[in-house]
Design a protein around this ligand. Structure first.
Ligand SMILES: O=P(O)(O)O[C@H]1[C@H](O)[C@@H](O)[C@H](OP(=O)(O)O)[C@@H](O)[C@H]1O
Ligand SMILES: [Mg+2]
Ligand SMILES: [Mg+2]
Ligand SMILES: [Mg+2]
Length: 305
């Protein structure tokens, strides 16, 4: 079954397994105690967990899908990894699902996989491990289509650590229970560490009843998916295509939206600039366009200039 399934289904099924293995590496590095922190500049940390998780993910996916373009946050990686880090198996449960017709004939050269091996690095180094996710985004031509959001430190009811959430536009989502944020409130999830005056003006445009300041682009989107917030507002450049490709695909597979601050979708082809210059606005269960127009035009036009 695996070898005859459409390419996108095999990439998704492999990415689910690969994200889980990367999550184990991230937990192990923390347990070993030496994070090997390197500052990439402008207070942008990278740890041994980021580097090792990326090596595992890209080596596994490259071996399985040699014709597919893969872009990872941490740049070029040494892909000579031990066999334990090469994921061979595919998530069989996912492979049983039916492939949406629009993606069935997509060829390896149509794909770009955007990998954020550890989203929320700063939070990882500061102990906010709930904010940490592994993000594998699957773009077909320009569009974010499939996404895996793995949370290595999520505690299952039986005590096991880790959960893996997936979304494929046209098929749906899995790995979590979707709920909408409470009516009568307006809860915003946003940055805990990259605010500025313009971003604050955008926040002030909303009648927020609560503002959650957390790390991780992936974690903020999980808050939308699980009804802990109504909107994710980030009116400043800062996050990159590897931060948003997977979350956008999962949100949209759930009927939500992730756009720039003007309501425009980002492109995810291999040649786009990596920074999301016009910020992020994401929601599920809301009128997304209404959220865009709540932010004064002059504020929106100033973002990323
Ligand atoms: O993968 P990392 O570098 O941890 O990703 C970062 C994002 O690039 C950055 O935009 C986020 O900033 P905010 O916390 O201000 O939203 C950071 O949390 C991580 O997602
Ligand atoms: Mg990130
Ligand atoms: Mg990262
Ligand atoms: Mg980073």
């Amino acid at each position: 079954m695996a070898s005859t399934a459409p390419v996108i289904m095999r990439i998704m099924a492999s990415s689910i397994q690969t994200a889980k293995l990367a999550g184990g590496i991230i937990r192990d590095v923390l347990k070993q105690g030496d994070l090997g922190i390197v500052d990439k500049g402008k207070n942008d940390p990278q740890t041994e967990a980021d580097r090792s998780a990326q090596r595992c993910i890209i080596a596994s996916l490259t071996k399985k899908f040699p014709g597919v373009k893969i872009i990872g946050e941490e740049g070029g990686s040494d892909l000579n990894v031990c066999d334990d880090w090469l994921v061979e198996d595919l998530d069989e449960e996912f492979l049983q699902k039916s492939c949406p017709a629009e993606w069935r004939d997509a060829k390896p050269e149509d794909f770009v996989i955007w990998v954020d091996p550890l989203d929320g690095t700063a939070e990882y180094t500061q102990g906010y491990v709930e904010h940490v996710t592994v993000l594998i985004g699957i773009a077909v031509k320009d569009a974010a289509v499939g996404g895996i959001i793995h949370q290595p430190f999520y505690q299952q009811p039986d005590g096991e650590l880790g959960r893996t959430i997936w979304g494929l536009k046209g098929l749906g989502t899995g790995g979590f229970t979707h709920s909408l944020a409470p009516p009568g409130e307006f809860i915003i999830t946003t940055t805990r560490s990259h605010s500025n005056a313009l971003h604050q003006q955008a926040l002030n445009a909303f009648p927020a009843t609560k503002i959650l300041k957390v790390g991780g682009a992936g974690f903020k989107v999980l808050q939308l998916l699980e009804g802990k917030a109504h909107a994710y507002v980030f009116a400043t450049p800062g996050c990159k295509k590897w931060d948003t490709c997977a979350p956008e695909a999962v949100l949209e597979a759930q009927g939500g939206f992730l756009t720039d601050i003007n309501g425009k979708n980002y492109s995810y082809n291999a040649d786009v600039e990596h920074v999301n210059r016009q910020g992020v606005l994401a929601s599920v269960g809301e009128n997304h366009s209404e959220l865009v127009y709540k932010i004064p035009r002059k504020v929106r036009e100033a973002v990323g200039v």
